[in-house]
Design a protein around this ligand. Structure first.
Ligand SMILES: NC(=O)c1ccc[n+]([C@@H]2O[C@H](COP(=O)([O-])OP(=O)(O)OC[C@H]3O[C@@H](n4cnc5c(N)ncnc54)[C@H](O)[C@@H]3O)[C@@H](O)[C@H]2O)c1
Length: 300
């Protein structure tokens, strides 16, 4: 039995990039999909999704604006009657460095933290009470980045996947011989990295609090994946080698589908890492890192 077919999902930031692939994959798997974005392309997406045989609604909305978030969540309830899944995807990237001027920094802070952190927080706060009131479980997936992890797990419990390039000393294109590898971003994007690190607080806190209610909360922290954002990062002119190294948004969306199909007994509180050079697929659950086994075992 599918855990997706006939369910109602919200995907934020779905006009282009990963969010667009998530929305399409969910629709193809039979979910009704509500979408929002600040870009105008969002206005034509519901028709595209409905052509896949599901219901869809969409809004021009800014995830950092509480009124917009309320409008999207209320509108989804009005259109579909209930909400089962939230993919907290909308995000922006921007360069920021430690010695940026205070005025520039405040603008960057509002934009980057406002979208990547406050936006996911607001959607969580708007959707979680709905999921609890409905009393039929649910799914939340927060989209983070690999900048915040060393292979998704602290060194001590690294699963040492044979497919992991960071463990593969025979792969010359990867400079590091074993975990932990350094986190990305760092000196050129402190605000972006801070916004994504902070998502761990929501992912693990919500996972623990909501497990007794059959609501799973996981995150994705992937490396370079082909999208509008990644292409803009490369001034829309990546080298062929660089482009060839990127993961595909469609593969990542399939991993989202596989995660959601685990259903209520599946993993929770995991920050799933998709690492360049490794197959983009759902790996078996890791040992719980930030929540204890008894919180995970709550679901009989
Ligand atoms: N592409 C990558 O390599 C990569 C790697 C790690 C993490 N991520 C994360 O994945 C998510 C999707 O990124 P992407 O690469 O698809 O980026 P993208 O720029 O291609 O798409 C992001 C979408 O979010 C929308 N958005 C931005 N700010 C918004 C706001 N305030 N309100 C509503 N919508 C807004 C954009 O308009 C766009 O449609 C982001 O959270 C990003 O940080 C991407």
């Amino acid at each position: 039995m599918s855990h997706i077919k006939g369910k109602n999902a919200i995907v934020t930031g779905a006009a282009v990039g990963l969010g667009n692939s998530y929305a399409k994959a969910l629709a193809m798997a039979g979910a009704n999909v509500a979408v929002c974005d600040v870009r105008e392309e969002i206005e034509t997406l519901p028709a595209e999704l409905e052509a896949l045989g599901v219901r869809s609604v969409g809004w021009r909305a800014d995830v950092s604006n509480a009124e917009d978030v309320r409008r999207v969540v209320d509108g989804t309830l009005e259109a579909f009657g209930s909400i089962d899944m939230l993919v907290n995807n909308a995000g922006v990237w921007g360069a920021s460095v430690a010695d940026d001027d205070l005025d520039k920094t405040l603008e960057d802070y509002e934009r980057i933290i406002g979208t990547n952190l406050k936006g996911e927080f607001l959607f969580g706060r708007a959707v979680i009470p709905v999921l609890l009131e409905q009393g039929k479980g649910g799914e939340i997936v927060n989209i983070a980045t690999d900048h915040m992890v060393t292979c998704g797990a602290p060194n001590v419990i690294c699963p040492n996947l044979p497919t992991c390039p960071w463990n593969n000393r025979d792969t010359p294109s990867f400079a590091f011989e074993g975990p932990p590898r350094p986190t990305g971003g760092g000196d050129i994007m402190d605000l972006y990295d801070a916004s994504k690190w902070a998502l761990n607080g929501f992912t693990f806190g919500w996972a623990k609090a909501l497990r007794p209610h059959n609501i799973r909360v996981n995150a994705f922290c992937m490396g370079a994946t082909d999208s509008y954002m990644l292409r803009s990062f490369n001034n829309f002119d990546p080298s062929p080698e660089e482009e060839a190294s990127w993961m595909s948004a469609e593969d990542n969306a399939q991993a989202l589908i596989d995660l959601l199909e685990e259903g209520p007994k599946g993993r929770t509180g995991e920050n799933l890492n998709f690492c360049v050079g490794r197959p983009v697929k759902l790996e078996p659950p890791l040992a719980p890192i930030y929540i204890v086994q008894e919180d995970i075992d709550v679901v009989a």
